[in-house]
Design a protein around this ligand. Structure first.
Ligand SMILES: Cc1cc2nc3c(=O)[nH]c(=O)nc-3n(C[C@H](O)[C@H](O)[C@H](O)COP(=O)(O)OP(=O)(O)OC[C@H]3O[C@@H](n4cnc5c(N)ncnc54)[C@H](O)[C@@H]3O)c2cc1C
Length: 472
């Protein structure tokens, strides 16, 4: 009899694990069952803001319901798993159904964090109308349902998620104010200078930004009418969106007796201390770190697929170097490693092009890159990511790594989310992939944050058969 593999959760981590199992023959070797609390097939959460501006969830769905059926995977859509009974190797759903498993993988991800702000609930305990978070397709549908052109929205949080939410709301005609407790927008990824440039850009698209303050109280009779700021003053608001970070979803693991810290504790094989139980993605805590971006999740999924299928039983996850390449409110941003120097001996290289709105910064230690940020132009990001990831020595003229579009690597990564190199893309284009969807199907490139899609279009234009080859 085939072993039964239960995957709890159906977000990007589960989707990637399914793909990686498939390429290792795992979908034939296991009876795979996916339990997804959300009612949709697997969708690209990075693009969920498009639902606010009017896209249907199907437009960002990467695995519709028939994807599972045609591959023999049982998809329990809209089903939440309450807990495992590891001794009996059975799982219990929120409707009380029980299903047996041999191996279970928690891929339960994160939930939006909501800070302790007064007035989120009405005196009778029910949620106040117009208060939202920004995480799932349902959240975005609810935000869209509440949004009217000319209405005012307050977005609490000036990190990646807050700025994405603000841009989406501004695009559909709301008057938007972002509140950010720190002095610098996206301060986890950018220094004051980079954050200032981003602020200029986001204000340029019509969003108001207030730094150094946050929401102290949501005020209203039944529904939101205003937000009181902790620095004093009141902002009228028809809608409040909290985008203040995430907390790992560990409740089902806890109820199953699986050890939990901030996330579900896993070792280098992504195994928990409970036999037959693994965790992957934003719900997992590895070596004290819970990751909040997709690149580390892709690395975890590959290791777990190797381990589960036996394709490489020695595969080990050793942690990920953090980098992000994003498009925030139309501005390209890339950031990796340190934001500021740590020691007097750290070298800092900064290039600022005011007219172009471009800022680039490198932090170099012992001749190697330990941090970089790019705002306004991320052409050098693929090469920098490779230098950062591998710890390769930088050329003596540090500016060389910023000057070349693809960085210094011979075969730069174009899609950092899926680690697709230029040579692989050129081969796919020459093999007949003449559109972005064809290239995405063949290589996955462009299906993560989407910030490389311009470059992909360029490669198609340059290398598709029938297009004259450049000789210079
Ligand atoms: C608007 C937005 C923009 C983003 N942009 C970027 C970006 O540009 N680059 C980047 O790297 N990252 C980005 N991220 C972060 C990225 O989306 C996350 O890292 C990724 O979604 C994590 O995937 P996951 O599968 O681990 O968790 P999740 O995406 O949280 O998915 C977990 C799923 O499991 C389900 N679930 C939970 N508990 C249970 C249960 N008990 N039973 C059944 N189902 C359950 C949940 O409902 C959910 O569907 C962005 C996130 C958002 C919201």
């Amino acid at each position: 009899m085939r072993r039964r593999l239960a995957i709890l959760g159906n977000g990007p981590a589960a989707g990637r694990l399914l793909d990686d199992l498939a390429t290792r023959g795992g979908l034939g070797a296991f009876d795979v069952a996916v339990y997804g609390e959300e009612p949709h097939g697997n969708y690209n959460r990075i693009l969920v803001g498009r639902v606010v501006t009017g896209a249907g969830v199907d437009e960002i769905t990467t695995k519709p319901a028939d994807w599972y059926a045609t591959r023999g995977v049982t998809f329990h859509r809209g089903v939440k798993v309450e807990r495992l009974d590891p001794a009996a190797r059975r799982l219990v759903t929120s409707t009380g159904e029980e299903h047996p498993y041999d191996t279970a993988v928690f891929a339960t991800g994160s939930a939006a964090a909501v800070p302790p702000v007064d007035g989120l609930r009405q005196p009778d305990g029910s949620p106040r109308g117009g208060v939202h978070v920004f995480r799932t397709a349902a959240d975005c549908e609810a935000i869209r349902g509440r949004s009217r052109p000319g209405a005012s929205a307050v977005v609490v949080g000036g990190g990646l998620l807050g700025l994405e939410a603000a841009k989406a709301l501004s695009d559909i005609g709301l008057h938007v104010t972002v509140l950010h407790r720190g002095e610098t927008l996206m301060n986890a990824q950018l220094d004051r200078f980079g954050g200032g440039l981003l602020r200029r850009a986001i204000e340029g698209v019509g969003v108001f930004v207030r730094t150094g303050t946050t929401a102290a109280e949501v005020i209203g009779n039944g529904k939101v009418e205003a937000v009181r700021l902790d620095a004093g003053g009141v902002l009228p608001a028809d809608l409040v969106v909290f985008a203040c970070g995430v907390v790992p979803r560990v409740e089902a693991a806890k109820a199953s007796g699986v050890p939990v810290g901030r996330g579900i504790l896993v070792n280098d094989r992504l195994a928990t201390a409970v036999p037959g139980v693994y965790a992957v993605g934003e719900c997992a805590e590895h070596a004290g770190v819970v990751y909040g971006l997709v690149a580390p999740i892709w690395e975890q999924a590959a290791v777990l697929a190797d381990v589960l299928t036996g394709a490489n039983p020695q595969a080990r996850y050793r942690g990920s170097k953090m980098y992000a390449r994003l498009k925030v409110a139309g501005v390209e941003v890339a950031s990796m490693g340190r934001v500021e120097p740590e020691f007097d001996s750290d070298e800092v290289v900064q290039v600022f092009e005011d007219r172009r709105g471009v800022y680039r910064k490198l932090i170099v230690r012992d001749g190697r890159l330990v941090g970089a940020m790019l705002v306004g132009c991320t052409a050098a990001a693929p090469g920098l990511v490779q230098l950062f990831d591998r710890g390769d020595p930088l050329p003596p003229n540090r500016l060389d790594v910023l000057a070349t579009a693809g960085g210094s690597a011979a075969d730069p990564e174009v899609c950092n989310c899926h680690r697709v190199t230029e040579s692989a893309l050129v081969a796919a284009v020459r093999g007949g992939c003449s559109t972005l969807p064809m290239l995405a199907d063949a290589t996955r490139a462009g299906t993560g944050c989407g910030s490389c899609r311009g470059r992909l279009a360029g490669l198609i234009a340059e290398h598709a058969p029938g297009v004259p080859t450049r000789t210079t």
